[in-house]
Each structure stands twice: as C-alpha cells, then as structure tokens.
Write a protein that binds this ligand. Structure first.
Ligand code: RP5
Length: 169
C-alpha cells in the first residue's frame, strides 16, 4: 500500500461535502491522501493519537478543516512539527467568520497556514499542500509550473474574447 503524504482531518461528517474536492484534487495529482473525521472538542484523545501516529508513518502535510469555534487546526498543530493548513468552514449563524478568526489567530510559536472560508479555501488547501510537497519533488514542481501557465492562458483567452466582443460593439 502507498504511504499517505497528506492527511485531511475534518471536525464532522457535515464538513465532507466541502472537503471532498480537496481530496479529489490531491488524488488527481497522484498524491496519496487520507481523510479522517476527528474533532478537537468531541474526540480530543483520538485526535492526538491519530496525528502522532500519522506523522510517525510519514504524513508530510496536514489539512485541518472545521466550522464554528474551530479549534481543530490549532490542536493538530500542537501535536506535529509538520505544516498544518487550516480551512475555515461556513456553517452556523456566523457562516465561517467565527472559524476564520479561530483558525487564523494562532499564538506565536504554533502556526497554521489559513486559507479562505469554504470551497475556495478547500481547493487552495490542496494546491498549497502540493506546493509544500514540491519543495522536495522536481516532477511536482514542473507540473505545478505547467498548471499555473495553463491558468494564465485561460485568463488570456477570456480577455481576448472580451476584447473581440467589445470591438464588434
Ligand atoms: C465543527 O462544528 C465541525 O467541523 C463542523 O463544521 C461544525 C458542526 O458540526 P456538526 O454539528 O455538523 O457535527 O466542529
């Protein structure tokens, strides 16, 4: 069996619809990824055991996603020296503003790389994890360069058709 390089941890099964794209993107890039439901508040012992064991097994990047009083990414960062990417999720009365502030406001010494709220953040978490892994992987570095160039090309094409439409009046 392939060794997982990225672990996605989410606070609840209600988070999976947002995180599934992150999981699929990493898989599509050929990265071995695993996903777990573990909660800082509801299953603190299981969370500690999993993060410690996953780091020992060779997981290189953790993606932690939670909504509301989102302690999960910070708790993961407390248990590992690996980079932790925090994804604030939009749920509850404050729709992610609470989770954004919980995740981004880490005390000095325990960083969590916080991305945008919701599905944009989940997608960017996958790309950021790939960029971190690419530091030690030339093939991945090259693939990321190509992907960025393709993204620019798409915008150039859209701009060209806009200019043509404007010129036609
Ligand atoms: C957080 O509380 C979870 O990450 C989830 O986003 C939110 C609500 O959880 P459920 O009540 O849907 O299980 O801990």
């Amino acid at each position: 069996m392939k060794r997982a390089k990225v672990a996605i941890i989410m606070g609840s099964d209600s988070d999976w619809p947002t995180l599934e794209a992150c999981y699929q993107d990493l898989t599509a890039w050929g990265v071995c990824v695993e996903a777990q439901i573990l909660s800082a508040h509801r299953t603190p012992e299981q969370l500690r055991a999993y993060v410690t064991e996953a780091e020992a097994r060779g997981v290189e990047v953790f993606i932690a996603a939670a909504g509301m009083a989102a302690a999960l990414p910070g708790a993961v960062a407390a248990y590992t020296i690996r980079p932790v990417i925090g994804v604030p999720l939009a749920c509850g009365p404050l729709q992610g503003v609470d989770s954004l502030l919980s995740i981004v406001q880490m005390p000095p010494g325990v960083p969590v790389a916080t991305v945008a709220i919701g599905s944009a953040g989940a997608k960017n978490a996958a790309i950021l994890a790939l960029q971190i892994l690419s530091v030690a992987d030339d093939g991945l570095k090259e693939a990321l360069r190509k992907s960025k160039a393709a993204q620019s090309q798409t915008v150039d094409n859209k701009n060209r058709s806009l200019q043509e439409r404007i010129a036609r009046g």
